[in-house]
Design a protein around this ligand. Structure first.
Ligand code: ADP
Ligand code: MG
Ligand code: ZN
Length: 584
């Protein structure tokens, strides 16, 4: 019985805890006592004690918890038990420095071994590791210490041979996976831990949870039989909104920050370094909002100072690229704006998730435009990487765009579905923009129109020898005459979708992209704008299924778009945006 239930643990559903890890263990009393004495906590959060019991029972453990869930305690507290040293691998020096100084404040022996460790500190660490009973409880290292430092390797082996190597902890474990959003090549070397230090348990922790990344982490670290602890990834204190990005988006954001978030701290994520500069400058000069840019084009010192100013509230708003990411440990972030759509849902979950780590209500507001989507696609096609990687990235953008264009389904449900977690919108509280909308919605079968769009695309392709832009395709399909190339109004499918809403066509196209019926090509248009054209991919299995009537394309939509939070996404809005986006 216990064997089979252990296997099930790995596929455990939301928030369920594992009974076999909840009982009394030899260390239970000390863990509870130390949790209070050293950390000042009066209780444990879900899965904390359970994961400690599993790791102290020498099992490999995989902890999946959303940001702010309390992952650090899961390995910091067990490190106090027993004579062995816990080795913690963490990707960033700033994260490590943070953690080590927090542990010092709590009176716990911890140290860091990184490229910036002084010779003197390094010597004292090695001296301690040689002692009969090292005083060090936790030793934090960057992954390249494991892969590249022969000296460190020697000390690890000595600890191992003396039974003083308690366990390895891989924090931010998603960095090991190429499919994750923060892949670090050095993390792949962590494979050697299981090979060279047989029997030493590994605890991997991450706030990333797509099934794919999760499985990849287990393979990469060599922990196929780990006990997995997963809890709901719903961030119940965050509220999600999506808005159409119009020309006055900066002004809208500025007014909202001044009126709703005065003196509170937040982040605005931007697509380019230039956007960061422009935004920070405008907010500061025109609205006297304490805003500062943060991106890879600034010096390390500048970035560090800005980060510190923001931590201490001297700067309220950081306008940042995704370079401002992991390692942000500020509890009272009240709002995260996305001035441009993020490159995939995973990234969005992580970036928006930096709001409200203290559990208090916070907002996540995303501005969407097709123009930004094309910019992203262009960045992807310009990037280096395998064809497969590029395709994945394009699909990531398509899925993200579907999320943005969806004006019906619960945002939490959509986000959590991406992590294979089911969520009942009844529990969406505070409600997201879509749940806050009272107009009833219905699921409608659009298969015929999906096929219509594909056939229309094929006929345009034949006419002009290249694929149309999404806007142009929609024009032809809906039978709009303005801006049409000569002769195109006599195409066989012209006007076939005249009762279709433009936004609905866009959503269908996104779905067709994500199942690879359409491929996207980007090019620079005559005015330097990025243009994305569609091409029918007849070799995809989804194409075959669609043509044979074996695949349905259904969308939930509002019966009509009256007033409400998503009214920005009405026809007028889309027309305006399409005309900015450069029509084929
Ligand atoms: P994560 O790494 O999962 O993002 P952290 O380990 O940084 O989260 O913890 C987030 C916050 O939660 C920290 O301020 C920590 O002190 C607090 N915390 C963790 N566990 C508990 C607990 N059992 N009781 C109270 N606070 C806790
Ligand atoms: Mg953490
Ligand atoms: Zn909702």
């Amino acid at each position: 019985n216990s064997k089979s239930s252990e296997m099930e643990l790995c596929s455990v559903k939301n928030d369920t805890t594992h009974l076999e890890w909840t009982g009394e263990f030899p260390w239970t009393y000390q863990l509870k006592k130390d949790n209070f004495i050293y950390f000042g906590n009066v209780s444990f959060r879900p899965n904390q004690l359970e994961s400690m019991n599993a790791i102290l029972s020498n099992r490999d453990v995989f902890v999946l918890m959303p940001t702010g869930g309390g992952k650090s305690l899961c390995y910091q507290l067990p490190a106090l038990w027993g004579p062995g040293v816990t080795i913690v691998v963490s990707p960033l020096i700033s994260l490590i420095t943070d953690q080590v100084s927090q542990l010092h404040e709590r009176g716990i022996f911890a140290a860091a071994l990184t490229a910036s460790t002084t010779a003197q500190v390094r010597k004292s660490i090695f001296d301690d590791l040689r002692a009969t009973f090292p005083r060090l409880r936790l030793l934090y290292v960057t992954p390249e210490r494991i892969s590249k430092s022969a000296m460190f390797h020697k000390y690890l082996t000595q600890l191992y041979n003396r039974n003083l190597l308690a366990r390895f902890v891989i924090d931010e474990a998603h960095c090991v996976s190429q499919w994750g959003h923060d892949f670090r090549p050095d993390y792949t070397q962590l494979k050697l831990l299981k090979r060279e230090f047989r029997g030493i348990p590994i605890m991997a922790l991450t706030a990333t949870a797509t099934v794919e990344v999760r499985e990849d982490i287990k393979v990469q670290l060599g922990i196929p039989n780990c006990v997995t602890f997963q809890q709901s990834f719903n961030r119940s204190n965050l509220t999600y909104y999506v808005r159409e990005k119009k020309k006055n988006a900066i002004q809208e954001i500025a007014h909202e920050i001044r009126d709703k978030y005065a003196r509170q701290c937040g982040i605005i994520y931007c697509l380019s370094q230039r956007d960061c500069e422009v935004l920070a400058d405008t907010l500061y000069r025109e609205y006297e909002i304490l805003a500062a840019p943060y991106h890879a084009g600034l010096s390390d010192e500048r970035r560090q100072l800005t980060h510190e100013d923001w931590m201490y509230g001297r700067v309220h708003v950081i306008c940042a690229t995704v370079a401002f990411g992991m390692g942000i440990n500020k509890g009272d972030v009240r709002y995260v704006y996305h001035y441009s759509m993020p490159k995939n849902i995973e990234g969005y979950y992580q970036e928006s998730g930096r709001a409200g780590r203290d559990g208090k209500r916070s907002d996540c507001i995303l501005y969407f435009s097709h123009a930004d989507r094309f910019r992203l696609l262009r960045m992807i096609s310009d990037s280096e990487g395998s064809q497969e990687q590029i395709l994945r990235n394009e699909q990531g953008v398509a899925k993200m765009a579907s999320y943005c264009l969806n004006d019906v389904e619960c945002r939490r449900q959509l986000l959590l579905a991406y992590f294979s977690e089911s969520f009942d919108p009844v529990h969406c509280n505070p409600p997201c923009d879509n749940c806050d909308y009272t107009e009833p919605a219905a699921e409608i079968d659009f298969t015929e129109h999906a096929l219509g769009l594909v056939k229309t695309c094929e006929s345009i392709q034949e006419e002009i020898d290249k694929g149309p832009t999404a806007q142009y395709l929609i024009k032809v399909y809906r039978g709009c005459h303005s801006g049409l190339k000569a002769g195109h109004s006599s195409l066989s499918n012209f006007g076939k979708g005249k009762e279709m809403k433009e936004a609905t066509c866009h959503r269908l196209i996104e779905d067709l992209i994500s199942c690879q019926v359409f491929r996207v090509h980007t090019e620079i248009g005559p005015y330097g704008q990025v243009m994305a054209t569609l091409q029918v991919n007849k070799s995809s299995s989804a194409y075959t299924c669609l043509c044979r009537g074996q695949r349905r394309f259904c969308l939930k939509t509002r019966a009509k778009n009256s007033n409400g939070s998503t009214k920005a996404m009405d026809e007028g809005g889309w027309k305006r945006m399409s005309s900015n986006g450069g029509v084929g």
